[in-house]
Ligand binder design. Structure first.
Ligand SMILES: Nc1nc2c(c(=O)[nH]1)N[C@H]1C(S)=C(S)[C@@H](COP(=O)(O)OP(=O)(O)OC[C@H]3O[C@@H](n4cnc5c(=O)[nH]c(N)nc54)[C@H](O)[C@@H]3O)O[C@H]1N2
Ligand SMILES: Nc1nc2c(c(=O)[nH]1)N[C@H]1C(S)=C(S)[C@@H](COP(=O)(O)OP(=O)(O)OC[C@H]3O[C@@H](n4cnc5c(=O)[nH]c(N)nc54)[C@H](O)[C@@H]3O)O[C@H]1N2
Ligand code: SF4
Ligand SMILES: [Mo]
Length: 754
């Protein structure tokens, strides 16, 4: 068989690099960066380069598994769906619809099938919905909703045109960026420096991003809100506030000034571990830069005061006149979000969780309370769980407890490609096809692209078996949840969802197809699969689309297929009017939501700080929990180590490479220490997503160097009060040396689960 080259976008992280993949038969021979990609221009990282090995991993499931006599065994698709139909019906009959929960994980954000998840959620008709969002970015969304009105109004730094970038709690050189899609973040940051711009990084660890920066401020974890308040204070005190052209629509400015008065640089400097003069400098540089952007990510979202910190980040962008202007922070336009669709003002608190009374956010409860809802008896207790592309045993706070909770469930279904720490608890596992057998478009990321490039990839390989694709799996589960039984045909549902989209579009005032016949539009679709036709409808109705003929030059699927390196719609443009959703169209710098947190901040100034706190870290070759079964991505020195500052190591009498016990409020684990200067004193760092030694997983490579799970230490009872988000950074811990004689192999203290 001759080899062929195919072009597609990497689905592994938010960078969305264009790849050129050489394929022989159904084997991947080589993966390179696509130099003709309009966005990534040839860049790729080691994860993308190993996409073939990941896709061909022999441990990847090819057939459903069903639990029989306690063991997961291979089954046919019809048997798997029948088991789900019976299992779900039985739980609903005995315990009611509210007893069924769903958790969706990170890869759904990268999946072509992701639009279909909402239909399954609706069909389950239960309040118990969860996702990785509440272990990730919801504080940013809640903060942006408070300031701009919508959780979708999240601006991105205009990295290619800015002259000053302030990064808080993000490490894009290794993560390749998040809530910003800009392939080759290292190159873009270097380019900023080369054109004379400056980069400041606020991070307790001297990360590879901090290495690139002009200035690194090693802040004490969980104190960014104080630090940023002091920057706001300085802007007011030194009369550096410039609202620019938004002055007429900004409200709450005097109130913000009043609140900031409590946080002068001298007042917070010790607490933050940052000299007052450095804080002032940040304010002055932000104000002086011709165009500046303040950007925060995981370190701001998963530490104390997460929503407040994110509110202050956006406030700084507004106060320095950098909102919605080139080189500042801007609002990208998604190619699949029709211009005539507008958001409703954000609301949360429509429901509260049964056990802890936590507010719903985006229709979900915080994942930090999933175990409570499974463990606590009473009406509405979770008895059945669906997981879709998630591994909460390793990714949720106190995952060790969650593992125990999962083993109590009456029934569990996982849509996943591996038998891992989470899915090993399932009664049925449904594996979608290989990555290269799936089409690709970045639905969820497309609103974060710093450049308006649209790319679409058809499957690179024909499916080698008869299994349903992920869209069809979700459709089938939806039909089962709707009570249509295991034999219902997913194609019928997918077709009716498509017609619903068209019906809505022709009825929408201002739509390019307003008043047209939906069937006529249906007949014009050229997409080959249901999933592709769904995409086709959205892209044709989108802001660059052909509007089904209304704009003949606009985007269509055939135009995208003819341009595998992307169709470029150019740089971001100002569009503030379109993203402000507060009823009075304002930018609210002092939303009511944050007020209770000010009291807590003031009280926190007095609080004693623990000696040692834990933070996380991400490595370039890793992606959360699920790339550790690829030999090239785990080879070399041990990756799952506890980094500790040399000063702390000396103080505690711990040498480099020694095993230590790390003890938190909720658990303990044993791990080798790496003494270093990259973390600031008082801080230890452990990556998450490890701990692959639980009985029942089928990950042969990962099991060789399993590491330990950082989430055996994180506390599910401590959350960001405003968003319900998990707290992974700044977790108080104790570290003690372990005598080699009684040293167990490096394991998590999780009870083995069978
Ligand atoms: N301590 C600590 N914990 C953290 C974090 C941290 O920084 N520190 N980070 C948090 C963040 S940001 C996130 S996003 C979450 C992630 O939390 P999760 O999404 O729960 O965890 P992942 O490890 O990403 O698990 C992805 C799952 O999807 C499966 N999968 C892979 N590809 C596919 C596919 O194509 N289809 C399907 N159906 N399944 C697939 C994998 O086998 C795996 O089981 O973790 C959070 N947890
Ligand atoms: N290689 C790789 N890339 C990834 C992932 C991966 O696992 N591996 N995961 C993907 C996912 S799901 C996400 S959400 C993104 C995350 O993308 P990023 O947020 O860029 O990645 P993190 O490494 O989590 O960066 C968080 C930084 O915050 C710092 N930090 C911790 N606590 C604090 C604090 O209190 N204050 C401040 N200022 N900083 C603090 C940490 O030291 C760390 O450097 O990455 C994505 N890309
Ligand atoms: S940075 Fe790496 S993992 Fe992320 S999209 Fe690019 S090649 Fe894929
Ligand atoms: Mo994430």
């Amino acid at each position: 068989m001759t080899t062929r080259a195919v072009t597609r976008v990497c689905p592994l992280c938010e960078s969305t690099c264009g790849l050129t993949i050489t394929i022989d038969g159904d084997r991947v021979m080589e993966v390179r960066g696509n130099e003709n990609d309009a966005f990534s221009k040839g860049y790729l990282c080691p994860k993308g380069a190993n996409l073939g090995a990941l896709d061909e991993d022999p441990d990847r499931l090819t057939q459903p598994l069903v639990r029989r006599d306690g063991k997961l065994v291979r089954a046919s698709w019809s048997e798997a769906f029948e088991t789900i139909d019976r299992g779900l019906a039985s739980v609903r009959e005995r315990f009611g619809a509210d007893s069924v929960a769903l958790y969706s994980g990170n890869p759904t954000a990268h999946s072509f099938a992701s639009p279909y998840l909402k239909y399954l959620i609706r069909a389950l008709d239960s309040p118990n919905m969860y996702s990785a969002s509440t272990a990730d970015q919801v504080p940013t969304q809640v903060a942006c909703a408070a300031v701009f009105g919508s959780v979708n109004s999240v601006p991105v730094p205009d990295i290619d045109r800015t002259t000053h970038l302030l990064i808080i709690g993000a490490n894009p050189v290794e993560s390749n960026g998040s809530l910003i899609t800009a392939p080759d973040m290292p190159g873009r940051l270097r380019a900023l420096r080369e054109r004379g711009g400056t980069l400041t990084v606020v991070d307790p660890r001297r990360t590879r991003t901090a290495e690139l920066a002009d200035r690194h401020m090693p802040v004490r974890p969980g104190t960014d809100a104080y630090l940023l308040f002091a920057v706001v204070y300085t802007l007011f005190a030194e009369r550096l506030v410039r609202l620019g052209e938004h002055a007429r629509i900004v409200t709450g400015i005097q109130e913000l000034e009043k609140l900031a008065a409590h946080f002068a640089p001298e007042v917070v400097a010790d607490l933050c571990g940052v000299p007052a003069e450095s804080i002032r400098l940040v304010a002055r540089e932000l104000a002086a830069a011709p165009a500046a952007a303040v950007y925060g990510r995981m370190g701001t979202c998963t530490a104390d005061f997460a929503t407040v910190t994110n509110w202050l980040i956006q406030s700084l962008n507004v106060l320095t006149g950098n909102l919605d202007r080139p080189g500042g922070v801007m609002f990208p336009r998604s190619p699949v979000r029709p211009a005539y669709v507008s958001d409703r003002p954000f609301r949360m608190g429509r429901r509260h969780s049964r056990v802890r009374g936590l507010s719903e956010i985006l229709g979900e409860f915080p994942v930090a309370t999933l175990a409570d809802e499974i463990d606590t008896d009473g009406p509405g207790q979770i008895q059945a769980l669906f997981t879709v592309a998630g591994n909460p045993v390793l990714s949720a706070p106190n995952g060790a407890r969650l593992a125990q909770s999962l083993s109590r469930l009456e029934f569990m279904v996982s849509v996943d490609v591996y038998v891992n720490e989470t899915t090993s608890h399932a009664d049925v596992i449904l594996p979608p096809p290989r990555i290269l057998e799936s089409g690709h478009f970045d639905w969820m990321l497309s609103g974060f692209f710093v450049q308006g490039v649209t790319r679409y990839s058809r499957p690179a390989l024909k499916q080698s078996d008869e299994r349903p694709n992920e869209a069809e799996i979700l459709a089938k589960l939806t039909l089962i949840a709707q009570g249509h039984g295991a034999d219902a045909n997913p194609a019928n549902l997918l077709e009716s969802l498509l017609m619903d989209l068209l019906l809505k579009a022709v009825a929408a005032p201002g739509s390019p197809v307003e008043g047209r016949d939906p069937q006529e539009l249906r007949d014009r679709l050229t997409g080959e699969t249901d999933n592709e036709r769904y995409f086709e409808v959205m892209v044709r109705l989108g802001p660059y689309g052909d509007g089904f003929g209304a704009r003949p030059d606009g985007l269509t699927v055939s135009k995208l297929l003819a341009n595998p390196g992307g169709v470029d719609h150019g740089a971001m443009v100002p569009r503030i009017e379109e993203v402000l959703v507060h009823p009075n169209g304002v930018i609210d710098l002092c939303p009511d939501l944050v007020r209770p947190e000010i009291t807590r901040l003031l009280a926190g100034k007095m609080r004693e700080r623990p000696d040692l706190v834990l933070i996380g870290r991400r490595k370039l070759r890793s992606k959360n929990s699920w790339l550790h079964n690829v030999p090239n991505l785990v080879s070399g020195p041990e990756l799952c180590t506890l980094q500790m500052n040399e000063v702390d190591a000396d103080r505690l009498g711990i040498g480099d490479g020694e095993m230590v016990k790390v003890i938190s409020n909720v658990g303990e684990l044993t791990v080798p220490v790496e003494t270093t200067r990259v973390v600031r004193p008082g801080v230890v760092s452990l990556p998450h997503g490890w701990g692959h030694d639980l009985i029942g997983s089928r990950l042969d490579v990962a099991a060789v160097a399993p590491g330990v799970s950082a989430n055996a230490l994180t506390d599910e009872s401590t959350i960001d009060p405003l968003s319900g988000n998990a707290i992974f950074n700044g977790v108080p811990v104790q570290v003690v040396a372990v005598q080699t004689a009684d040293m167990p192999p490096s394991t998590v203290s999780v009870a083995p689960v069978t």
